[in-house]
Design a protein around this ligand. Structure first.
Ligand code: GTP
Ligand code: SPV
Ligand code: MN
Length: 617
């Protein structure tokens, strides 16, 4: 049982007390927790979120009134809104994200750690009175299917109506969830969130309340999350990264499955054979685009199962994967009719909340890369006039669209099958200008885990901090592993051991972002990535060729279907090259990374030695 969030009992407001007396639940633990949080945070009132259309309508209207949301032209974007955050609250804050386990080792060496009791003391001080003058929303939700064998429930308490409306898009929330939690007296993950901006009597609110002091804190041993000070995406929509990755990865470790930062793609070949592929790319490195790919190879069809998070479980020795989310929280810049028409269509269906995009003068939205023509005048994400010669982006580089996944026409019918879909291949990928070839296939499960463990990528605007710096990002999970990274890598290896390496999905490593010597992209990307998908499927079938290199099996240009593609021999060469010199320069980075991890499974240090050996031949 989780630690009580409050030490000193304080009176509740009459309205909050009334709302507790009339609570629409009989779940004792929930009632106790909601009371404790209310006593600590002192909200003006309590709202039990039912997830209804009427509730969405009244909350969005309230937010329009308050200036938090701008209603878009309903002809263009029905039932859609734009929000603009505080300029200092635009991305995940990895430095302020903590994994609090009893020992530092259980969280280390990649996570920020604090002692759970001490952290709770600090947080109680921050949460004390933090909801004064605000409504406290109680949001029952489930990640994955409500009819799953073992539904993964959570309840988010938040003082942000933006969070309530966004959670309604991203997860299954509300009365049906609460009913089933009551009926089964279900366990749920406590997800406590406050923007940390109490209102004194008569004080005027701001459009985007938040607090300069931010804490995104996980207690994996209690299965609890406390998030303070931010209203932004992954910091505040606690079902997403905090629960479905950080807490779920810890649960998955205990229960023998995997919670991963992966999209899920369904591919049907010209002979009507179907495969499911999961792909892990770091934040803002192409998951949503790959999940919604429009294949350019004739006869191939792609459908989406998920775009960000995968839960991989085993039935017998076969891996099955589910998408625990119900929405898309996609990077806006770069999403356009030429790059991702499927996302554009999903957005145009309405019911979308945009955050930090630019506004057009006729009630629409715009961001860099949305259209080839740049509008002559916009209101930028900070509310300033913008023209093409302003010399700054109109939309924030990490601006987002939040849209129900059901609006994607290319959604696979089985996307929410509680049993998941059988997984044929796992693809790792990152954003690298050099070194890493367009695609390689691992030599086997252990080598595949090595490829994942040493995945590297240039940092992006999805997290606060420098952009474009190469860092190691194991399985694209560096910011999301809810426990010790070495144990996490061992867990991957153990699954191969337990289920048999031959039964595990085949592992591939891709890089859409390699450059030619003149600085351009060597590979056109987006829909053309279907050519790589074709090769991956054919390798799974055992029918495609390739050449064994030091880093894995890489296609020769003639092994890829390049029909109809305008690409020069130099470009395809640059995309596919495995250059021993570049890789020899890469080795110290891999060795430093393993040294930093400190306690890497021996299998992986052997893999590193094997790579070094192969390179020096
Ligand atoms: P998160 O939601 O942060 O996890 O990001 P994501 O991994 O879903 O990335 P997304 O698909 O939103 O793409 C991020 C950026 O990469 C966008 O600006 C895209 O336009 C760009 N991008 C995606 N795929 C490709 C590609 O194949 N080639 C190139 N050059 N850019 C791409
Ligand atoms: C990511 O950063 O990987 C995202 C966006 O998908 S957020 O929800 O903010 O984490
Ligand atoms: Mn993501």
């Amino acid at each position: 049982m989780a630690q009580k969030p409050t030490d000193t009992t304080q009176e509740l407001s009459a309205e909050a007390q009334k709302s507790l007396d009339q609570a629409p639940t009989t779940h004792q633990r929930l009632l106790t927790w909601v009371r404790e949080v209310a006593e600590l945070t002192q909200p003006e009132s309590i709202h039990w979120v039912d997830g209804s259309e009427a509730e969405w309508k009244s909350l969005t209207e309230e937010m329009v009134e308050a200036g938090t949301l701008v209603r878009l032209d309903p002809e263009k974007f029905p039932n859609s809104f734009a929000a603009f955050s505080d300029p200092d609250d635009v991305a995940r804050v990895e430095e302020r994200t903590f994994i609090c386990t009893k020992t530092a080792k259980a969280a280390g060496p990649t996570n920020n750690w604090e002692d759970p009791q001490e952290m709770k003391e600090i947080l109680r001080d921050h949460f004390r009175g933090s909801m004064r003058g605000r409504t406290m929303y109680v949001i029952p939700f489930v990640m994955g299917h409500l009819d799953a064998d073992d539904p993964k429930y959570g309840v988010e308490i938040s003082d942000s109506p933006y969070v309530v409306c966004s959670m309604r898009i991203m997860a299954t929330i509300g009365a049906d969830v609460l009913k089933k939690m009551d009926d089964t007296n279900a366990f749920f993950v406590e997800c406590l969130h406050s923007v940390g901006a109490p209102l004194e009597p008569g004080q005027q609110d701001v459009a985007w309340p938040c607090n300069p002091s931010k804490y995104i804190v996980h207690f994996p041993e209690d299965r609890a999350i406390w998030s303070f000070g931010s209203g932004y995406g992954g910091n505040a929509l606690l079902g997403k990264k905090c629960y479905a990755l950080r807490i779920a990865s810890a649960i998955a470790h205990d229960e023998g499955w995997l919670a991963e930062h992966m999209l899920i793609l369904k591919v049907t070949d010209p002979d009507n054979a179907t495969k499911y592929i999961a792909a892990a790319f770091p934040s803002a490195c192409g998951k949503t685009n790959f999940a919604m790919i429009e294949p350019t190879v004739p006869g191939w069809k792609a459908e989406m199962v998920g775009d960000d998070i995968s839960w991989i479980r085993f039935r017998g020795d076969q891996a099955y994967v589910t998408n625990p989310e119900a929405g898309l929280f996609g990077v806006a810049p770069g999403t356009g009719w030429s790059t991702n028409p499927n996302a554009m269509k999903a957005i145009a269906a309405g019911n979308t909340i945009f955050t930090n995009v630019a506004l057009t003068d006729d009630g629409g939205v715009w961001w860099e890369g949305m259209t080839d023509d740049v509008p002559e005048h916009l209101t930028d994400w900070k509310g300033n006039d913008w023209t093409p010669d302003s010399g700054r982006p109109a939309a924030h580089p990490n601006s987002r669209f939040c849209t129900p996944i059901k609006q994607a026409e290319i959604l696979a019918a089985e996307y929410d099958d509680p049993n998941g879909v059988p997984l044929s291949a796992i693809v790792f990928g990152g954003r690298r200008k050099t070194t890493v070839p367009l695609v390689s296939e691992s030599f086997g499960w252990e080598h595949g885990v090595f490829q994942g463990a040493t995945l590297s990528s240039e940092t992006t605007a999805a997290a606060k901090g420098a952009v474009g710096v190469v860092r190691r990002d194991p399985m694209a999970m560096l910011p999301f592993i809810g426990y010790n990274a070495n144990e996490y890598l061992q867990h991957w290896l153990d699954l191969g051991e337990n289920h048999g390496a031959e039964n595990m999905p085949k592992v591939f490593y891709v890089n859409w972002f390699r450059r030619t010597p003149d600085g351009g992209f060597a590979w056109p990307g987006f829909g053309e990535n279907s050519r790589v998908v074709e090769w991956i499927c054919r390798r799974v079938d055992g029918t495609a060729g390739g050449v064994e290199t030091a880093v894995g099996v890489v296609p020769n240009p003639e092994d890829l279907n390049l029909e109809g593609l305008e690409i020069t021999p130099e470009e395809i060469q640059a995309a596919l090259a495995v250059d021993a010199e570049e890789w020899l320069e890469e080795l110290p980075g891999i060795e430093d990374w393993f040294a930093k991890l400190g306690d890497v499974p021996e299998v992986l240090t052997e893999q590193a030695a094997g790579l070094k050996d192969r390179l020096s031949k």
